[in-house]
Design a protein around this ligand. Structure first.
Ligand code: ADP
Ligand code: GN1
Ligand code: MG
Length: 352
């Protein structure tokens, strides 16, 4: 990574570089210099992101746009440019790298308390609100059909048919679980096509660890991981946060008795997200929030299972069955949400 480090205009000489964070996609490092400056260096995963130049153009434009409209510069990431003025560096092997200021905060992998989750909801709601007038059509679709669950089912069925790793026999129940929900899974995409839910600039990957939290105040500072920011539905962002954060277990927990959807955390996130979006959500969007939670969870389960069947090329794994474990936690959460469906709708009504 050395040429990448030296390609960017840093304050001081780099003296330390350590692997950092728990993302599933990019490779992340923290860089420190002899003048006490701190940066994040990332190698962009080009297996996942086929157009890294378009992606960096999105990220650079969005963060400049936000920073030009707010008083606190920490509300958006600040990407450094290379010595020849680009937001990325392409090395000799064709790998793409980017560098941004390390923001003095921390990321959480599970909410330590309701307050954290509420703060992340405020920050994700506010992110959408800050971009509500941004010309969405100018953004590159960094992963086409990213939250098109109908297309995710298509890919899943292809992987089942191919059974490249010979793993199908061990996941019959999981396949059955998904096939029983195919019709329901198309619901958001049908609303998107029908135009009943407005197209907005959305983040599309709103895990709790994609928010930086201020150590001193406990408040959300800014949204990170902007790789999938593109036109989408507000309920994708709401739903993906609920999927990840409205429970008390790890995404790859093996003991499913520990994986339980927590309706109180769901309520707390709902309150924060609506408040952060500052009245910007339509009645149809509000009504569909529970669908966002249920279907983003289902979709993520489909993606983990598909990757498991294909041989784990997409999500980084640390042991062989990890994507299967991840898939099963998602299915357990979907089941819980189905059982608490009326209560989930009632929470939304309370805040409408
Ligand atoms: P990935 O696409 O792999 O998830 P991210 O951009 O989300 O990549 O970065 C991976 C992880 O690195 C984050 O989840 C977070 O834990 C950590 N991280 C990234 N940027 C910062 C930062 N500026 N300050 C603190 N932690 C960060
Ligand atoms: C990935 O990049 P990261 O780790 O924040 C994935 C999300 C999944 C998530 C599941 C670009 O997020 O879509 O929901 O893993 N990101 C991409 O944990 O596919
Ligand atoms: Mg991330």
């Amino acid at each position: 990574m050395e040429p990448a480090v030296y390609a960017f205009c840093l304050r001081g000489e780099p003296v330390r570089c350590v692997p950092f964070g728990h993302g599933h996609i990019n490779s992340t490092f923290k860089i420190e210099t002899d003048q006490g400056a701190e940066y994040v260096l990332q190698r962009i995963n080009t297996y996942v992101f086929r157009d890294p130049v378009g992606l960096m153009n999105n990220a650079g434009t969005i963060t400049d746009y936000i920073r030009s409209r707010v008083d606190d510069p920490r509300l958006a990431l600040h990407f450094l440019t290379t010595k020849d003025g680009k937001f990325y560096y392409k090395d000799e092997k064709g790998e793409f790298w980017r560098m941004y200021d390390f923001v003095g905060g921390f990321c959480l992998d599970t909410p330590a308390c309701e307050g954290d989750f509420y703060q992340s909801a405020l920050a994700f709601g506010r992110f959408q609100q800050m971009l509500s007038e941004f010309p969405a059509e100018t953004l590159t679709e960094t992963i086409p059909e990213f939250h098109n669950t109908i297309d995710r089912y298509r890919q899943f069925k292809e992987s089942v048919a191919a059974d490249r790793m010979g793993r199908l026999a061990g996941v019959r129940d999981d396949v059955e679980f998904l096939m029983a929900r195919e019709e329901m899974g198309s619901r958001l995409q049908r609303q998107r096509v029908a135009g009943t839910l407005p197209l907005r600039v959305t983040h599309n990957d709103t895990k709790l660890n994609n928010i930086l939290i201020d150590r001193a105040t406990g408040e959300g500072i800014c949204v990170i991981d902007l790789d999938t920011t593109m036109p989408g539905l507000s309920i994708y962002d709401f739903g993906d946060s609920i999927r990840f954060g409205a429970n008390h277990s790890a995404e790859d927990e093996k003991d499913l008795s520990k994986v339980n959807f927590d309706i109180d955390l769901y309520e707390c996130y709902t309150r924060g997200f609506i408040e952060g979006a500052a009245g910007g959500l339509t009645d149809a969007e509000l009504e569909y929030l529970p669908w966002g939670a249920r279907l983003m969870t289902l979709e993520c389960g489909i993606r983990f299972l598909t990757d498991y069947l294909d041989g784990d090329h997409y999500f980084r794994i640390h042991y062989p069955e990890q994507n299967l474990d991840r898939c099963r936690t998602q299915f357990k959460l979907v089941k819980d949400m189905e059982e608490q469906w009326d209560a989930m709708a009632a929470v939304i009504e309370k805040y409408m």
